[in-house]
Design a protein around this ligand. Structure first.
Ligand code: HEC
Length: 154
């Protein structure tokens, strides 16, 4: 009887622990934002790193548009690839754990799109197709920006 009860308590504690970890994993380190969006709370250096990556995405997108306009597919491929999966590979695990799952999957899908765009440019896709792909990708930038904010931890 005693061991049964003990096993039950251990089991309940175990489930509670797993549930708490799962909750934090899905939710990340978030709080209510200042303007109706959800804020992801990061250490100042982590926030700087993410914002630096963002500026990289903006400049890659600008270079892709320039490349498409000039018919320079090498420039399109090079710029898109600079914002591809390889650019996200070295993000540290502590920072990754603070980002909500939905945020990470949207971010990763943007990096994957950029790699697809580089391949499309190299495989001779036309300007309209490439612009269409970039436009679809940039709707993900817009979607994420309308949902999330980055706050430095106080
Ligand atoms: C997964 C979410 C997400 C995606 C996808 C995303 N961003 Fe961001 N970005 C953010 C957040 C959050 C901020 C901070 C916004 C705030 O605090 O108001 C930000 C900020 C920025 C900034 C401001 C940088 C600075 O120095 O302040 C730029 C520029 C930017 N993003 C460009 C882009 C571009 C271009 C894309 C798409 C190619 C993109 N982002 C995709 C989440 C995202």
């Amino acid at each position: 009887m005693f061991t049964n009860r003990f096993a039950l308590v251990a089991m309940v504690l175990w489930i509670a622990t797993v549930a708490v970890f799962a909750w934090f994993f899905v939710r990340g380190n978030t709080t209510a934002g200042t303007d109706g969006r959800t804020a992801v709370v990061l250490a100042p250096a982590e926030r700087d790193l993410v914002l630096g990556e963002m500026r990289g995405l903006l400049s890659a997108s600008q270079q892709v548009v320039l490349g498409i306009r000039q018919g320079d597919m090498k420039l399109v491929a090079k710029s898109a690839r600079a914002a591809g999966m390889a650019s996200a590979a070295d993000v540290n695990p502590a920072l990754m754990a603070k980002l909500p799952v939905a945020f990470k999957s949207l971010g990763m899908s943007v990096h994957r799109d950029m790699d697809d765009l580089a391949l499309a440019a190299e495989s001779g896709k036309g300007q309209a197709d490439l612009l269409g792909m970039l436009s679809d990708t940039m709707s993900k930038c817009v979607a994420c920006h309308s949902a999330w904010q980055l706050q430095p931890v106080q």
